[in-house]
Write a protein that binds this ligand. Structure first.
Ligand SMILES: Cc1cc2nc3c(=O)[nH]c(=O)nc-3n(C[C@H](O)[C@H](O)[C@H](O)COP(=O)(O)O)c2cc1C
Length: 175
């Protein structure tokens, strides 16, 4: 079993997945991880839609013009939302949840990729937000942040190594 820093190094975005289904226990573990993610004032502003239906996954892959088409090959799409009535920091709560889920999925041998929805859409003005809200019957005040595409990896990318890290972004004591 890798330790956490090794998992962080080996977790890379995966956009190609095999057709092998996930087990019910794997999906349950992802749900557990989602619900353990920390939130501001413990307000639990996140909401998740776990989508396994191929037709709906295909529609999610068309929720914006660029950068989502590969979602059509995912085994599971976890759409991550924030309840805007619970906190002003729903974006942070939902984004942290996405990171927790990416690491949990990686620890299970699954591949993931984050797909931005908030602020994205089509050049003709249609928004990913409206498309997803209609598709998934999302209630008022609940806003989509992203899709986490999940599946068994059918591609691999080199783990991060010290020599490839941009150490210049780290500032000791002050900028
Ligand atoms: C906020 C955010 C938005 C992203 N949006 C997309 C996206 O819409 N489509 C996509 O294919 N990848 C998306 N990614 C994945 C990044 O491209 C990827 O994490 C980055 O290139 C680093 O690669 P790595 O994940 O393998 O370390 C997004 C990642 C983040 C954190």
């Amino acid at each position: 079993m890798e330790n956490i820093i090794e998992m962080m190094a080996a977790r890379r975005s995966c956009r190609k997945y095999t057709s092998e289904p996930l087990t019910a226990e794997e999906i349950k573990d992802l749900k557990r991880a989602a619900l353990m993610s920390p939130t501001s004032k413990n307000c639990h502003s996140w909401e998740y839609v776990f989508v396994e239906d191929k037709e709906v996954i295909e529609k999610l892959s068309k929720s914006k013009e660029h950068g989502a088409s590969f979602v059509s090959g995912a085994t599971l799409a976890i759409v991550i939302f924030g309840n805007t009535s619970k906190t002003d920091v729903w974006v942070e709560d939902a984004a942290i949840a996405s990171a927790m889920l990416m690491i949990e999925a990686h620890s299970m041998g699954l591949g993931t990729c984050y797909v931005q929805l908030k602020g994205r859409g089509y050049s003709d003005g249609r928004t990913a937000k409206d498309i997803v809200k209609e598709l998934l019957n999302v209630p008022e005040g609940v806003e989509p942040l992203c899709i986490l595409a999940v599946g068994r990896p059918d591609e691999s990318h080199r783990p991060y190594t010290d020599d490839r890290l941009e150490w210049g972004h780290i500032h000791d004591e002050r900028f």
